[in-house]
Design a protein around this ligand. Structure first.
Ligand SMILES: Nc1ncnc2c1ncn2[C@@H]1O[C@H](COP(=O)(O)OP(=O)(O)OP(=O)(O)O)[C@@H](O)[C@H]1O
Length: 366
């Protein structure tokens, strides 16, 4: 780690290849990242990008084809799962159906040879932590999905692992419960101080819970950053497209690091972490909620784009406008908060101006 402390998990150029010959799949293709102690770290990406494979390598259920994996600074290659101080919570919960809630939580502690009184205290403590203290005598079949998930968490936290791996643990829950459990998981992580590595393909889940997020695609890490970094400053088109809604505009660099000319001839200012030179062809990313719509009567200023409302979609909290901009191909989205009730401000067909906030434009690498 940069500050000299030892990372909870240090992944170095990790590769995992399944099968061989024409069947070969490179599930991980040289992944490097560090996860700090006490961090809520999320692996985010579409189905098949390799997030579960990375989790299974950390857990020890799979062996890497190349690269290194360090836990608290120690190379754990070849160490079996039960000797890694790493527990996993699966989407399916994997509770023992014939045991009570309390017996499920106690199971791992018994395997590790804890004495009865200590197990009793620990089980009570864990059930209190996940707010299940009154349901210790029930069997999993008598619990709701959310309650089963809490038991699975209590069981996985009981022996105080260094790292808890969570593989899409909320995806079987309905919308409302999932929201509640997001808050709950964050609380558990803060209260226990255990490093959480959370796998999801749900960007909202990743943004709301994580200290940092690694966005993955095709076996590679595209970007690692805090939720606001990856949302506000995506490095490439994949990240900008995968996280939230984005408008992409082709542009030419008019002045390096400051001004970008779009096909309508207007110039926008923008943020370019990649240092493109003057004359370079680039793609600009603009978030729909960072853009203001102007009535035709408003006085346009330099950089304002002009166009027509093609479609209006009402979302309750906000309204999404699809625009056709003069001189710019494709559709352009603007999201406006409905502060003044349900009435959409502009109807389909209305001529409008588009004002882009000075710091709202991100220049992408590709
Ligand atoms: N045991 C295996 N044998 C062969 N190929 C595998 C195996 N496990 C995973 N793969 C392949 O490796 C790639 C990455 O799979 P992985 O399960 O890690 O993706 P994921 O991002 O977790 O996807 P999902 O969200 O669908 O679980 C996929 O192409 C998958 O088909």
């Amino acid at each position: 780690m940069r500050d000299g402390t030892v990372a909870a998990i240090d992944v170095r150029d990790l590769t995992k290849v399944f099968g061989g010959g024409s069947q070969e799949v490179r599930a991980l293709d040289g992944v490097s990242l560090t996860i700090a102690r006490n961090e809520f770290f999320t692996l985010l990406g579409p189905s098949g990008c390799g997030k579960t494979t990375l989790l299974r390598l950390i857990a020890g259920f799979e062996q890497p084809s190349g690269g290194q994996l360090l836990l608290d600074g120690e190379d754990i290659a070849g160490r079996p799962p039960f000797k890694r101080l790493v527990n996993t919570v699966f989407q399916s919960y994997a509770l023992f159906p014939h045991m009570t809630v309390a017996q499920n939580v106690a199971f791992g502690l018994e395997m590790q040879g804890w004495d009865g009184a200590r197990i009793g205290r620990r089980v009570a403590e864990m059930l209190e932590l996940v707010k299940m203290e009154s349901l210790g005598d029930r069997r999993p079949g008598q619990l709701s999905g959310g309650q089963q998930q809490r038991v699975a968490l209590a069981r996985a936290l009981a022996n105080a692992p260094r790292v808890l791996l969570l593989d899409e643990p909320l995806s079987a829950l309905d919308f409302k419960l999932r929201k509640d459990m997001q808050v709950e998981l964050k609380r558990l992580q803060r209260e226990t101080g255990i490093t959480f590595v959370f796998v999801t393909h749900d960007q909202e889940e990743a943004l709301t819970m994580s200290d940092r997020v690694a966005v993955m695609s095709q076996g590679a890490v595209q970007q690692v950053g805090s939720p606001d970094e990856i949302y506000e400053r995506p490095v490439n088109r994949f990240v900008a497209d995968f996280i939230g809604e984005t408008n992409f505009l082709p542009a030419e660099v008019e002045a390096a690091g400051t001004r970008y000319r779009v096909p309508s001839g207007e110039t926008l200012s923008g943020h370019d972490p990649h240092g493109h030179a003057q004359g370079a062809q680039v793609t600009l990313a603009l978030r729909p909620e960072r853009i203001d719509l102007l009535a035709q009567a408003d006085e346009p200023v330099s950089g304002d784009l002009a166009g027509r409302v093609a479609q209006v979609v009402y979302f309750g909290t906000d309204t999404l406008y699809f625009l056709e901009l003069d001189g710019i191909p494709g559709r352009f989205q603007v999201r406006v908060q409905n502060r003044n009730g349900a009435q959409a401000e502009f109807a389909a067909g209305a001529k409008v101006g588009v004002r882009v906030a000075a710091d709202a434009v991100q220049v992408l690498v590709d």
